[in-house]
Design a protein around this ligand. Structure first.
Ligand code: MUC
Ligand code: MG
Length: 377
């Protein structure tokens, strides 16, 4: 079997409410979709997401699409999708960086390879260890009262009992008070964690983390700018509450350095930032070998991107801090005909073939930015 074509679509999907991060407020989440087709017409689909154009990661959705079409596509046409590891290696030898683009193409080829074998993609990664995984919800409405209401609804519906609060925007002291009010409202019924998205300096981190730790907060995600590994190591050494590295963790070489320096004592995995499923699995191995616990992160992907991450995370034995694969619940609409299921505070791992999701091409057409799409397929 050979890969015959690759198409990339930028899709803007509205969210159910504004989602506030330090660098951007999401009202329309942009996802990038890729479709690879074999000569005999089997399709492999994949999704990656980034946040706020180029404000969160170095690659914007437009850069992902352009570089995939111009520089990665010629490397994969005519190749056998069953050899997806060799194809990813070839891409890495010819394209520097561009991790989200690489993840997108690799995942589409894996979907195709698994569909051709009529098996779920996780079987290509050692098979499933988990059939479901704990799933956090991010409270990021920007309003304490609304966040408490949202948290209580989630608890009552048995949907989430882990809450992550985005507190990088605005006054750090007020944000800490906001977090502590929410923790007080949910008490021992839930784990409350914060994501600072790189917004604090070390001095601010010292007094804020002290107050958060005293208030029973369970995890502090990326307080410092992504390059400040030494600062992260000092914080991880100083506090009992775990300091998780997210934006600071990308390629596997960086993961190795962070592990050696203990520049964070929990790793937030993400398939996009690592550059694909193979690299994510390698990152998990680096963490395992270093005694660093894992968290299954998200870039707020819709159902397809969430299925990709969920299937891969399901093959990793220990995900001690659970996952945050809530993406589909934040979107008003979906680009697949089947949905990701959530039950009893967990995400159910989608079953195959491929990543287990069926694309709704009408919806892709409807939300796609690409005017060419209707004629291209
Ligand atoms: C991030 O930094 O973790 C994940 C959940 C969320 O609300 O934002 C993202 C990105
Ligand atoms: Mg984060």
């Amino acid at each position: 079997m050979k890969i015959h074509s690759l198409d990339v679509h930028i899709v803007d999907l509205p969210t159910i409410r504004p989602h506030h991060l330090a660098m951007h407020t999401i009202v329309n989440q942009t996802i990038v979709l890729a479709c690879v087709k074999s000569e005999d017409g089997i399709e492999g689909w994949a999704e990656v997401a980034t946040i706020g154009g180029a404000s969160y990661a170095e690659e914007s959705p437009e850069a992902i699409k352009f570089n995939t079409e111009k520089y990665i596509k010629p490397l994969i046409i005519g190749k056998n999708p069953a050899n997806f590891g060799a194809i990813s290696y070839l891409i890495s030898q010819n394209v520097v960086g561009n991790y989200y683009a690489k993840a997108l193409v690799e995942a589409a080829i894996i979907d195709l390879a698994a569909k051709a074998l009529n098996i779920p993609s996780y079987e290509l990664f050692g098979g499933q260890v988990h059939t479901s995984l704990p799933v956090a919800w991010t409270l990021a409405s920007g309003d304490t009262g609304k966040d408490i209401e949202e948290a209580k609804e989630c608890l009552a519906a048995k949907r989430h009992n882990i809450f992550k609060l985005k507190i990088g925007m605005g006054d750090p002291k007020k944000n800490v008070q906001h977090v502590l009010k929410i923790k007080e409202a949910v008490g021992d019924q839930a784990s409350v964690r914060v994501d600072v998205n790189q917004a604090w300096d070390e001095v601010t981190s010292l007094y804020c983390i002290e107050a958060l730790e005293a208030g029973g907060i369970d995890l502090i995600e990326q307080p410092l700018i992504h390059w400040n590994h030494e600062g992260m190591a000092r914080l991880a050494d100083r506090f009992k509450v775990p300091i998780m590295v997210d934006e600071g963790l990308g390629h596997i070489q960086g993961a190795h350095h962070i592990a050696k320096q203990r520049a964070g004592n929990v790793f937030a995995l993400k398939v996009g930032k690592a550059g694909g499923l193979i690299a994510t699995k390698k990152t998990a191995a680096i963490a395992e070998a270093s005694g660093i616990p894992l968290y299954g992160g998200t870039m707020i992907e819709s159902s397809l991107g969430t299925a990709i991450c969920a299937q891969l995370y399901s093959t990793i034995p220990e995900i001690a801090f659970g996952t945050e694969l809530f993406g589909p619940l934040l979107f008003k609409d979906t680009i697949t005909t089947n949905a990701i299921e959530y039950e009893n505070f967990e995400i159910k791992i989608p079953q195959g073939p491929g990543f287990g999701m069926t694309i709704d091409k009408e919806k892709v057409r409807h939300y796609s930015r690409d005017a060419q799409y209707s004629t291209a397929t």
